[in-house]
Ligand binder design. Structure first.
Ligand code: OGA
Ligand code: NI
Length: 354
């Protein structure tokens, strides 16, 4: 079942449609893209904006017997970590990169044929959070949900769409396996009982392919503005180890922390549903992507791992030193809708008062 019910498709249909520009013909950053700020950027300390400190995000070897304890610690302190020995081959990641490049390097008119309409799950366009920003982002994307994406590649490459679909299918399969493994480890680390876990089998997920085109002046614009992800966690691959992703780290006094991706590692970040389930123990990582100044295209593939749409999420309280309940129970699809409507204010609707 789709993450969005019909009622909410109606809501989405009423939204503005923001169409990416034709980045291939741009000589300088247009006014529309200068200084993208989120409506609620105010909660991010402006003094920290410039820092861009570079700190190493912890790397966890999934074959290490100590992985469980390490995951608990990094989820608690960072809400973000990198994984190696994750079971997704370099060959497959290279193929996803090849297909993604093929897609974004198509002429603009072709990409517009598969534009994601406001009520649709899949297609070409900006990330949905673009609606909340006063300026546009230096980004174009392609969203894929479940198996409902074949009609788009068919429109783009009528005689050779299979290779794109096969690679995406293989990628989905491998990412589902990795996601299941990470979910088990994370839930174990929170002492979430196994029977509960079994009911979470039919999770929903989405893939968002991102392209950050070469930019004439990277200091003027933002690849993807500050946000947290909606579902349980996100697994991100950055192509060619090109950096750009930053995580906000208040406690270190350093603000936005950049990190150079470890070759072959995938980045995992805690998202809102896990923040709720962990009863705030795991922070939902605030992150963004800056545009690199090398005038080179950067690609990233985000895989959003969810839970069944009708599953009711609420904090699990069976871990050491846990505090009282911080959130009210909410169904996954209801939370997804709140996020679409209110972005970073969505969590405040679920938070218990007092
Ligand atoms: C996202 C995201 C970061 C990146 O797609 O949600 O945060 O580096 N992407 O592309
Ligand atoms: Ni994100």
């Amino acid at each position: 079942m789709s993450l969005l019910s019909n009622a909410d498709k109606d809501h989405l249909m009423q939204q503005r449609l923001i169409v990416p520009i034709d980045f291939s013909s741009i000589q300088r950053v247009p006014e529309s893209h200068i200084g993208a700020q989120c409506f609620d950027d105010s909660k991010i300390n402006p003094d920290n904006e410039k820092s861009g400190a570079s700190i190493s995000i912890p790397i966890i070897d999934l074959e290490d017997p100590k992985a469980l304890g390490l995951i608990f610690n990094v989820c608690e302190t960072w809400g973000m970590f990198q994984v190696i020995n994750h079971g997704v081959s370099k060959e497959l990641l290279d193929q996803v990169e090849f297909q993604t490049k093929k897609l974004f390097n198509l002429p603009f008119e072709k990409k517009m044929k598969v534009l994601r309409a406001p009520g649709e799950d899949t297609g070409y366009g900006y990330p949905r959070l673009a609606l909340f920003f006063s300026k546009q982002m230096w980004n174009e994307g392609f969203t894929i949900m479940g198996n409902s994406y074949h009609h788009h590649p068919k429109k783009l490459w009528p005689n050779s769409f299979e290779s794109f679909c096969e690679v995406i299918f293989e990628y989905q399969t491998k990412m589902n396996d990795l996601g299941d493994k990470l979910k088990s480890l994370i839930f174990k680390s929170l002492n979430i009982p196994t029977p509960e876990e079994a009911t979470l089998k039919d999770h929903n997920y989405a893939i968002h392919l991102n392209s950050y085109p070469p930019c004439p002046d990277s200091s003027q614009t933002m690849g993807i503005g500050p946000h947290t992800d909606t579902l349980l966690f996100t697994i991100l691959h950055q192509s060619g180890n090109a950096s750009g992703l930053q995580v906000y780290k208040d406690e270190f006094g350093s603000g936005w922390v950049s990190f150079n991706p470890h070759p072959g590692a995938l980045v995992v970040n805690v998202a809102d549903l896990l923040h709720i389930i962990s009863n705030v123990r795991f922070p939902s990582a605030i992150h963004r992507a800056v545009v690199n100044n090398k005038q080179k295209q950067r690609l990233s593939f985000a895989y959003f791992y969810g839970l069944p749409v009708d599953f009711e999420v609420s904090p699990f309280l069976d871990y050491p030193n846990c505090e009282g309940l911080k959130f009210k129970p909410i169904k996954v699809k209801e939370y997804a809708i709140l996020k679409l409507k209110y972005l970073d204010l969505a969590l405040s609707f679920v938070r218990k008062s007092g």
